[in-house]
Design a protein around this ligand. Structure first.
Ligand SMILES: O=C(O)c1ccccc1NCC(=O)[C@H](O)[C@H](O)COP(=O)(O)O
Length: 200
């Protein structure tokens, strides 16, 4: 089970998450996020993590081309375009950066399938990214989502195993559910989340 821990804001916490077994770490550059970090902090996390995990730049309200150029400049592995981007934005971003993940919700895109817009991976989230709100994942049952997709939105150490058993995703993604306060990651919660996801 692939595990992404999202919303890391400091090199030390990112290194800890990777040491605990995270396959990918996310860094948010959305202008409105409580987890927003600046380019300098992204660069220091990238350096601290090195090749031990996928380093994912998450954007939400940055124009596609600008986001792709930032991803290339900052040395991340993947650009995650989250929410209100269209097919043409993905095409535009791919001209400047090769590895793109697409994050959306069933509320926005009821007929999604990994790879349809040239993305390497699909992330299915609740309606409000990074909110920690649970959503009705049973709506995913029976959909042809393709092979590589991550379940996200309202997951935490106590519900991740049941969520995996319900919809059998390729991987899981979490942010709020491993925080002790908004934007503050908890080592204990990250450790429990990864252990429970892997045991599911
Ligand atoms: O985390 C944010 O603040 C955020 C803001 C804007 C766009 C995306 C954001 N996060 C992206 C993620 O991949 C989150 O892990 C995902 O939305 C799940 O969040 P949560 O429900 O808090 O676990």
């Amino acid at each position: 089970m692939f595990v992404k821990i999202c919303g890391l804001t400091a090199p030390e916490t990112a290194e800890t998450a990777v040491g605990l077994g995270a396959d990918a770490i996310g860094m948010v550059m959305s202008r409105t996020s409580v987890r927003r970090i600046d380019p300098g902090t992204v660069a220091s996390i990238v350096e601290a993590v090195g090749d031990r995990a996928e380093k994912v730049l998450v954007v939400h309200d940055v124009p596609a081309r600008e986001a792709a150029l930032a991803a290339a400049r900052l040395g991340v592995d993947v650009l995650q375009m989250h929410g209100p981007y269209g097919r043409e934005d993905f095409a535009e971003a791919r001209k400047a950066f090769p590895r793109i993940w697409r994050a959306t919700s069933l509320a926005r895109d009821p007929e999604v399938r990994a790879g349809d817009w040239g993305e390497e991976l699909l992330l299915l989230d609740g309606a409000r990214a990074g909110s920690g709100e649970r959503w009705d994942i049973t709506g995913l049952r029976g959909l042809e989502l393709g092979e590589r997709w991550l379940l996200a939105g309202g997951l935490d150490p106590d519900n991740v195993a049941e969520a995996i058993a319900t919809v059998r995703p390729w991987g899981v993604d979490v942010s709020s559910g491993v925080e002790s306060a908004p934007g503050v990651k908890s080592v204990e919660l990250i450790e429990r989340f990864i252990a429970n996801a892997r045991a599911a």
